[in-house]
Design a protein around this ligand. Structure first.
Ligand code: B12
Ligand SMILES: *[C@@H]1O[C@H](CO)[C@@H](O)[C@H](O)[C@H]1NC(C)=O
Ligand SMILES: *[C@@H]1O[C@H](CO)[C@@H](O)[C@H](O)[C@H]1NC(C)=O
Ligand SMILES: *[C@@H]1O[C@H](CO)[C@@H](O)[C@H](O)[C@H]1NC(C)=O
Ligand SMILES: *[C@@H]1O[C@H](CO)[C@@H](O)[C@H](O)[C@H]1NC(C)=O
Ligand SMILES: *[C@@H]1O[C@H](CO)[C@@H](O)[C@H](O)[C@H]1NC(C)=O
Ligand SMILES: *[C@@H]1O[C@H](CO)[C@@H](O)[C@H](O)[C@H]1NC(C)=O
Ligand SMILES: *[C@@H]1O[C@H](CO)[C@@H](O)[C@H](O)[C@H]1NC(C)=O
Ligand SMILES: *[C@@H]1O[C@H](CO)[C@@H](O)[C@H](O)[C@H]1NC(C)=O
Ligand SMILES: *[C@@H]1O[C@H](CO)[C@@H](O)[C@H](O)[C@H]1NC(C)=O
Ligand SMILES: *[C@@H]1O[C@H](CO)[C@@H](O)[C@H](O)[C@H]1NC(C)=O
Ligand SMILES: *[C@@H]1O[C@H](CO)[C@@H](O)[C@H](O)[C@H]1NC(C)=O
Length: 443
């Protein structure tokens, strides 16, 4: 137990107390563990690029920055200027656009604004954010009832909403909602593949509900509790089945998967597992995988031993903020410098059996979006498209005037040589001779 990579959660950690309490109260819970896997103090400097990216980026997207603020506060990166700026942007955006804010956005905002004793509890209360979230959650469920089980957004957001309601004592019939989270529900899957991000967020939400039931803070009969446990176990197994070189799903779902594993499995009891994950994550940090602040924000809490269940706690960690060297440099940029030489790629729009293809020449170092713009210039009818900008970059909403629609589970999928990309159009750097595609798909 002396490994720097791992330790059993100590007496001071509330999560440990919860686990103990659970064990005492409910003996039918299998081995209840809270093993975490965090970066050791010696290796803290590996995290500098993540912290710098988060601290030195420009944020203009209003409530979308809630994910960033949540992490800043959760891992206690003290930067008052940035915290204040983000808090203000989020609050203004809520006031301005409340009816159009999604359940997951509002959930993240509640988590972020409430994540600090100092914080905006007054705003949360005065703006009735928790009851507004209850309404949005209800609207998601109602949409499922009228649109063949499809929520307005997705199960990642429903999970965020359940988590925020659970942590802030929201009341919308949490118990009645649990059956929707059965692992058999199709909304955990995109194109037949288990969405590890979604599963991880659901595990966090269900674990919160489970702990509150065990503490008797929300009523539940023993059958309900069993059901919650069974769902958690099964979702955790799905996450573990998606293991690949120490990662779960891909690099971008690994941070939240780690959080899920911390609160509900003994996976990281084995320090080899922890070493394997951290090793691969460090490699990805070096390679610049986390150049988007939101990507950094989603992995940093786990690397510092924190989970979203800790938002209302105040615990210190191995990498305390003063061990970071926050530089004022621009965030690490991985976009290779655009070189004067040109490359060419084959680009297609595919709708069912119909392909519209073209050869496109772009500068070396260009991203997928540059190819789409060049093709659109060549032939507007075949390659015109629309996008919406967000924290993850441009999201392609429509091509040839055909728009993605959540009620039909349709979207524009990005592929390279027939394989779906794990990055968006604004991030994926294209290679010479590559065959790129946007394909009208269902998830
Ligand atoms: C749900 C989801 C989807 C849904 C979105 C529609 C829906 N029904 O909600 C579907 C299945 C359609 C989808 C598609 C894609 N996705 Co997606 N998606 C997610 C997921 C699981 C949750 C997003 C969410 O609701 N967040 C919570 C809300 C509050 O935040 P939000 O920013 O408002 O959410 C919106 C955006 O995230 C947007 N969105 C979803 N995916 C992507 C991807 C990109 C690149 C962009 C710019 C926007 C975007 O849709 C959300 C709802 O409106 C995330 C997981 C994660 N860790 O964030 C992955 C995630 C964001 N997606 C990812 C990817 C790669 C894609 C695709 C590029 C895959 C592909 N090969 O085609 C496409 C996007 C292509 C395009 N048209 O531009 C990656 C992004 C990684 C990165 N570094 O860029 C993530 C992190 C998953 C992962 N682990 O790989 N996605
Ligand atoms: C939980 O329910 C399942 C299915 O009904 C049952 O097989 C299992 O024994 C129960 N587990 C516990 C610990 O009660
Ligand atoms: C921070 O920077 C200083 C000087 O540049 C260096 O001596 C120190 O080791 C660095 N600390 C970390 C944790 O990287
Ligand atoms: C909500 O979105 C719709 C459609 O985009 C728009 O017409 C409306 O003005 C928006 N409402 C608010 C309050 O932003
Ligand atoms: C705490 O709240 C006060 C009053 O809203 C604010 O002035 C202060 O900057 C906040 N501190 C942090 C760290 O956000
Ligand atoms: C929720 O309720 C619990 C006990 O019932 C209390 O300890 C906690 O502070 C409450 N949390 C919030 C955010 O109101
Ligand atoms: C620091 O990280 C390196 C590279 O992954 C690893 O070999 C080493 O054991 C780590 N050191 C500590 C003290 O965790
Ligand atoms: C929270 O943690 C910080 C630093 O870890 C400490 O200075 C502060 O006193 C703690 N606050 C409470 C209420 O425990
Ligand atoms: C690259 O393509 C651009 C037009 O897209 C052209 O102006 C330029 O001369 C080309 N450069 C080389 C080295 O071929
Ligand atoms: C691009 O690829 C498609 C599908 O493989 C093929 O039909 C088409 O001829 C290619 N176009 C060019 C310009 O190479
Ligand atoms: C798409 O819509 C625009 C105007 O809204 C129109 O000019 C264009 O012809 C349409 N393209 C296709 C492929 O339908
Ligand atoms: C797309 O390809 C199909 C099949 O080759 C062709 O009939 C159609 O005219 C093309 N569409 C455009 C807008 O060029």
């Amino acid at each position: 137990m002396s490994s720097p990579f791992l330790y059993t959660v100590g007496e001071m950690r509330p999560s440990h107390q919860l686990c103990l309490l659970g064990l005492l109260l409910i003996s039918l819970i299998p081995s209840q563990l809270c093993q975490i896997c965090e970066v050791s103090r010696e290796n803290c400097s590996y995290l500098n690029p993540l912290v710098n990216t988060m601290v030195n980026s420009k944020y203009t997207k209003g409530i979308q920055s809630a994910n960033i603020l949540l992490t800043l506060r959760l891992v206690q990166i003290q930067n008052q200027r940035l915290e204040q700026q983000l808090t203000q942007q989020i609050q203004e955006d809520i006031k301005k656009r409340e009816p159009n804010i999604t359940s997951g956005e509002l959930a993240l905002a509640i988590l972020a604004l409430g994540a600090c004793k100092n914080s905006s509890e007054v705003f949360i209360r005065d703006a009735h954010l928790v009851s507004k979230l209850e309404e949005k959650f209800k609207a998601e469920i109602e949409n499922m009832e009228t649109h063949s089980d499809n929520p307005l957004t997705n199960y990642y957001q429903l999970s965020l909403a359940l988590l925020a309601l659970c942590l802030s004592n929201g009341s919308y019939s949490i118990t009645n909602v649990i059956p929707h989270f059965t692992p058999e529900n199709k909304n955990y899957y995109f194109g037949g593949q288990f969405s590890v991000d979604t599963g991880a967020m659901a595990v966090l939400a269900l674990t919160c509900v489970k702990r509150r039931k065990e503490k008797g803070e929300i009523e539940a009969d023993i059958k309900d509790l069993n059901k919650t446990n069974v769902y958690i176990t099964s979702l955790v197994n799905n996450i573990l089945s998606a293991k690949n070189d120490g990662l779960f799903g891909n690099i971008f779902s690994t941070g939240e998967s780690m959080q899920a594993l911390f609160v509900s499995s003994n996976y990281y009891k084995n320090q080899r597992n922890c070493q394997e994950t951290l090793h691969t994550v460090f490699q990805n940090i070096f390679q610049g995988a986390f150049h988007l602040p939101v990507a950094a924000a989603q992995i940093l809490p786990a690397l510092m031993g924190k989970t979203y269940l800790d938002v209302n706690n105040n615990v210190s960690c191995a990498c305390s903020p003063d061990t970071f060297n926050i530089s004022t440099d621009k965030p690490v940029s991985v976009t290779p410098t655009i070189s004067p030489s040109n490359i060419s790629v084959n680009y297609s729009v595919q709708i069912n059996e119909i392909f519209n293809s073209t050869k496109v020449t772009v500068r070396k170092g260009s991203v997928f979006l540059d190819v789409m713009m060049a093709a659109q210039k060549q032939n507007k009818a075949a390659f015109c498209f629309k996008m919406e900008d967000g924290l993850w970059g441009p999201y392609i909403t429509s091509v040839q005037n055909i728009s993605a629609n959540n009620n039909d589970r349709t979207y524009w999928q990005l592929l390279s040589n027939g394989q779906p990309l794990s990055q968006g159009a604004g991030s994926y750097v294209v290679k010479n001779g590559e065959y790129l595609e946007v394909r009208w798909s269902t998830y």
